[in-house]
Design a protein around this ligand. Structure first.
Ligand SMILES: *Cc1c(COP(=O)(O)O)cnc(C)c1O
Length: 495
């Protein structure tokens, strides 16, 4: 059973300006007393003037040419693309939340502060950390916050440590965050897919501030030597940083605190089912052990006898990394998700995510290579290397072909240490029936005529795109497109 996207000839809004102002042309009234005055008053705006009815048609049609977590399986490994429960959406857009102002005095938003404070406590328990900040807006910003805390800690101790160790299987944001905080990044070659402990022992010295580790790592492998890794880091005075993007694999089973980590970031938009993709908004809270608490961003939420206040008095704090309290609507969705699932539900989700991943891996292990044998956690990496050798079919071809069946492709060509990688994370949301259907689509694609695969997808609104050109010549805005077109026309005029 194939899947066909709608294909609407939908012009840019700027192209239909004034053409379609039919019917119900509602003007949004300015709230009384807030009409722009003086220099702020403008008679024209350089944005298209479009009726509500046309705008609705435009975006509904575009949405039918696109794909979301609500459409079906979304296999992006490492991204944990879960279904986002709609009750969280309803609560996040309810009046009490949407009309709140971040500059309200704390006495008028006690309920909000209570939610944030409880969320901090729950995340502390889930991670085994002592204190949490909810400010960072995503995993990458959480990493950066963690690196700033690391810096502040060693500066105060008077130690000059300049290096951060990062395994070669790590997500690209790890080295980026460490470098942005001013550290030198030292890549650790892995052995059999996990940290090479002998190598680690050799490279750790008093120049190393921390090791950033993802556990389970991006190959879906649990770092079984993590206890020994923690011992090595701590005995040289270094810190151990936990990239929590893969936390969906371990909740209720173990936690970074038990493993010996000192700093942790969460990706609430992954593990705790808040919408993500397209760049956010997300939330990347950071947890630390008590000896690092004083460096956390301000303000801290204090609860005293049922009254919540904001504390800006911490003089060793790294400062702020986000305005106000972070992305509150995202934090609220995660709070609702944790509350709805409860301790048992969260644990069951992790068990099911791991089971689903291993089941699908087994079903693909005939026609695809599965490097690094053994059980995986919530995700696994398959490879199309043998397929490529035999019939020229690449990971990209398989990924594109899946779209013809209404399946969002997995992450491909990552992690970098696996050739023709297909990094697959089914999450706990998929039923056995869906997993079986996925397996048969993956397996039949592997046997298809290569020419069909090379030109896939065929049933999407836009077929195979030139990804290299798209990545190298980024055009994000209509104005950029105009500028490119104008430059092209000018060049042609000259010839
Ligand atoms: C997603 C991810 C990150 C980055 O998190 P963002 O929230 O996307 O900034 C870091 N590490 C791993 C392993 C990830 O999967």
């Amino acid at each position: 059973m194939k899947f066909t996207f709608a294909s609407w000839a939908e012009p840019l809004l700027s192209e239909i300006e004034n053409d379609e102002l039919f019917g119900f042309d509602n003007k949004m009234p300015s709230p009384e007393g807030y009409e722009p005055k003086g220099a702020l008053e403008r008679s024209t705006l350089s944005i298209p003037r479009i009726s509500e009815r046309y705008l609705m048609k435009h975006y509904v049609n575009l949405s039918q040419m696109s794909y979301s977590v609500d459409n079906g399986p979304h296999l992006l490994g490492s991204c944990t693309m879960k279904y986002n429960p709609k009750v969280s959406e309803a609560l996040a857009s309810s009046d009490g939340v949407a009309r709140m102002h971040p500059l309200q005095p704390p006495s008028t938003m006690q309920g909000t502060l209570q939610i944030l404070h409880e969320l901090e406590r729950w995340l502390a328990e889930i991670s085994g950390m002592d204190a949490i900040t909810l400010q960072p807006a995503g995993g990458a910003q959480g990493e950066f916050t963690g690196m700033l805390i690391t810096k502040a800690y060693f500066e105060q101790k008077g130690e000059k440590r300049t290096r951060i160790l990062i395994p070669d299987s790590a997500h690209g944001t790890n080295p980026a965050s460490a470098a942005m905080a001013g550290y030198e990044v030292v890549e650790l070659k892995s052995k059999d897919g996990t940290v090479d402990v002998d190598l680690l022992e050799k490279v750790v010295d008093d120049r190393v501030a921390a090791l950033m580790l993802t556990n389970p790592n991006t190959l879906g492998l649990f770092e079984e030597q993590v206890g020994e890794i923690a011992r090595i880091m701590h005995s040289s005075g270094s810190l151990l940083y936990y990239d929590g993007a893969n936390m969906n694999a371990i909740i209720g089973k173990t936690n970074p605190g038990l493993m010996g980590f000192d700093i942790v970031h969460f990706n609430l938009h992954k593990t705790f089912a808040t919408p993500h993709g397209g760049g956010g908004p997300g939330a990347g809270p950071v947890g630390v052990r008590s000896f690092l608490e004083k460096y956390l961003p301000v303000p801290r939420i204090r609860a005293d006898g049922g009254v919540y206040t904001l504390d800006y008095s911490m003089t060793d704090s790294i400062g702020k990394v986000h305005s106000f309290m972070g992305n509150f609507a995202v934090l609220l969705r995660a709070y609702v998700y944790i509350l709805m699932n409860g301790r048992d539900g969260l644990t069951r989700n992790s068990e099911r995510a791991v089971l689903n991943s291993n089941y699908l891996m087994k079903r693909l292990s005939g026609l695809y290579d599965i490097p690094y044998k053994g059980l995986k956690k919530h995700e696994f990496v398959a490879s199309a290397s043998t397929l490529k050798e035999k019939s020229g079919i690449t990971a990209m071809d398989i990924a594109k072909r899946l779209m013809d069946y209404g399946i969002h492709p997995p992450t491909i060509y990552f992690p970098l240490i696996v050739g023709e990688a297909l990094m697959i994370e089914p999450t706990e949301n998929l039923s056995k029936q869906t997993l079986d259907r996925l397996a048969s689509i993956f397996n039949s694609a592997a046997g298809e005529d290569p020419s069909v695969l090379h030109s896939a997808p065929h049933s999407t609104a836009i077929n195979r795109v030139n990804e290299v050109k798209a990545a190298r010549e980024m055009v994000f805005r209509w104005q950029d497109m105009q500028a490119t077109a104008d430059a092209g026309a000018a060049a042609e005029g000259k010839n």
